[in-house]
Design a protein around this ligand. Sequence first.
Ligand code: MN
Length: 320
Amino acid sequence: MTNPDSRPDASQASDCPARPDRPVLERISARVSTLGQGMTIRRVLPSRQRRMIGAWCFFDHAGPLAYEAGHGIAVGPHPHTGLQTFSWMIEGRMRHTDSLGNEAWIEPGQVNLMSAGHGIAHAEESDPDRPGRVQLAQLWIALPDEVRDDEPFFINYPELPVIEHDGFVMTVLVGDHDKVTSPVEVFTPLVALDLVADSESRTSMVLEPKFEYGLMVLEGRATVQDESFEPGELAYLGQNRSAIEVQADAGSRLLLIGGEPFAEDILLWWNFVARTPDEIEQAVRDWQDGRRFGNVDAARTPPLNVPSLDGVRLKAHGKR
Ligand code: MN
């Protein structure tokens, strides 16, 4: 997907020193916007309180939306650099096309991973001829210095490992959980788990103390440390936890993400992750001039224009 918010730094770091005696629990409420076709987007990263969780630097929950034929989702070709886009399809199907010539439908229960490296362009479009539904989570993963200029690649993962435990169906999307490992290829220590509870359920989940975590409610309701969280809310759990008790109402879907705090200060603007304003400006020129990112020949929708950098003050941000 694409980031319609080109504000350089809509949020500022807040001082929340971690107290070793008491794990952090912060409530992050999504900024809600509507994509052209009426699809609700709830964005919890980056947010005012927190810029990243591990290398996760962007987190949108899109939909659910039911649409008529001819009114699906169509995000035209746009560039990415310095990041991986990670798409978890919950309902409906969308077609990915990119400037490497890949063309793949992503179906419910599948992950699309696109590693932009130095640069790639892609489009994401639903089937224009049929009515349908769509719901997905799209997250971006900042690439560390040693691989952020590498060649781009795209992988569709048709199946992810599933664990059933304490009433939860847990899909291991990224990293390891309970000795089960996701095949999704990432470059820093990360985890992502999709949790579905058909009936009211409670479990204690083992966590990695070196990781920081966030638990997002996609549907239903979750309770953590006696605090209740609803769709559009992410519970930031901080670091230094070896386990967490999670209770979910019947019909809930949660997404747990985590990772080792990212060691580098990144600059995120539009669909680019970089380190310096010069790198962002170069990426903007390269897209405008048709260099570096390539063309998405198989897309049905016209390419997106990069927003203007006029008057924008680009500033790097750290882990928060
Ligand atoms: Mn995109």
